[in-house]
Design a protein around this ligand. Structure first.
Ligand code: NAD
Ligand code: NAD
Lengths: 208, 208
């Protein structure tokens, strides 16, 4: 398969290409992509080479063709049902954001330890389920990915429940390293890493 | 300076090394780091080579020495004051998270278009300022980085205000590509990219 970092960059290209499409732009060059993401044009062309030969020398890539090629290469042309556990401040923001994004990811279930409290307080127009109904929600709604947005102390317990219920991957926002069996993919998010990155660039005044 | 992706990995190593330190672990090998992050040991040693020769063949790296080396290489051994604009759901979660992280980043100012509404609703124990007082807040509190967590339609306007007030870098969570002058570093966050990454791994059943 494709190397993991190349894959990550494809997601970034896709987001940018969609933004260009919204503005009515019809083509983009590898030079422009390399400039936007501060990487070499050669690397961009190598990444896009995984999509098959899409570009034209001197002309660049047709936006619609590139978008579909990226969606297909990323394997996101199908729908994905997602369960979010922890309907607090962050969780609610993530649910609203995912809905507006109009991508293939659908928050199919929102679960919490205190469901009634959460729905009122957070004006979610979707029912918040009790965490105990996670197994049946995952089965009935064909949920493949779980998002964890509970406090750090509850994270491993929630991860165990998600794995037991049958998800294939977990996106963890809680400040804790969670363990999961081989074959269950886990990504831990920590936005402070981006602040560190920015701080370093200010210090060294170097290009991102 | 160091390549940008190498720098990013250093942040990831640091977070992991801190977690090991909390558990009382005293040393770590490049093999363990390579396994944790699914990259080659050679790449880990190349990254850590930027810190000077810290490791011992066969023994690995002393945790405390490695941590300080990483902090120093990342340039985050000094304090950084940050302004967060948009004290909504996401913004409030980010403020609380940053405080608990006990890192060098201090949320020195929280600003919003509707400050009174926000402080009550979001139980922030810090005053929320009106966005109009951004310039003086940045000057008086020596703020170097701005975080944007307002709706997409307001993002560019807020970015312009942050730049005018004198920040050196912007971390943008709003779903909009913001423009900033050369020399002002901008990072756009989109957590959906991680969902796409996980979806792809489920599809191809490949290692992250
Ligand atoms: N990774 C990042 O960059 C980042 C950024 C911001 C916040 N966070 C983290 O995200 C998490 C949520 O932050 P928040 O500000 O929304 O907190 P919050 O307190 O507003 O929300 C937490 C929610 O989890 C629920 N909960 C607690 N234990 C549970 C359990 N065992 N099962 C199910 N639900 C449970 C609570 O009822 C609550 O609704 C925290 O761990 C925080 O540190 C991470
Ligand atoms: N990047 C990601 O992965 C991600 C994830 C979740 C949410 N988001 C985005 O983060 C933003 C905030 O989300 P939320 O759920 O917290 O929304 P929210 O409505 O709860 O909060 C937005 C806040 O911004 C304030 N505001 C609006 N216009 C302003 C202006 N011009 N100046 C100053 N303050 C202003 C509002 O008063 C409000 O307090 C949205 O743009 C959302 O799409 C991004």
């Amino acid at each position: 398969g494709m190397p993991s970092l190349s894959l990550f960059r494809l997601s970034l290209y896709l987001r940018y290409v969609k933004a260009l499409e919204c503005k009515g732009v019809e083509s983009v060059s590898s030079k422009e992509l390399s400039h936007r993401f501060s990487i070499s044009s050669a690397l961009v062309r190598k990444d896009l080479g995984f999509l098959g030969s899409l570009g034209k020398r001197g002309v660049g890539y047709d936006i619609a063709v590139l978008k579909n090629g990226l969606i297909s290469a990323l394997g996101i042309d199908k729908h994905w049902n997602v369960a979010l556990v922890g309907a607090g401040r962050l969780g609610t923001a993530l649910v609203r954001y995912t809905r507006r994004a109009e991508g293939p990811f659908r928050i199919a279930a929102i679960l919490d330890k205190y469901p009634q409290r959460m729905t009122k307080a957070r004006d979610l127009d979707m029912e918040v389920l009790h965490i105990d109904s996670l197994p049946e929600a995952v089965q009935e709604r064909d949920i493949k990915i779980g998002i964890i947005s509970v406090p750090g102390s509850a994270a491993q317990d929630v991860a165990d429940k998600l794995v037991a219920a049958g998800v294939g991957a977990i996106l963890n926002f809680a400040p804790a390293y969670i363990e999961a069996p081989d074959g269950i993919f886990v990504h831990n998010v920590d936005f402070i890493v981006y602040l560190e990155n920015l701080a370093h660039h200010i210090n060294t005044n170097s290009d991102i």
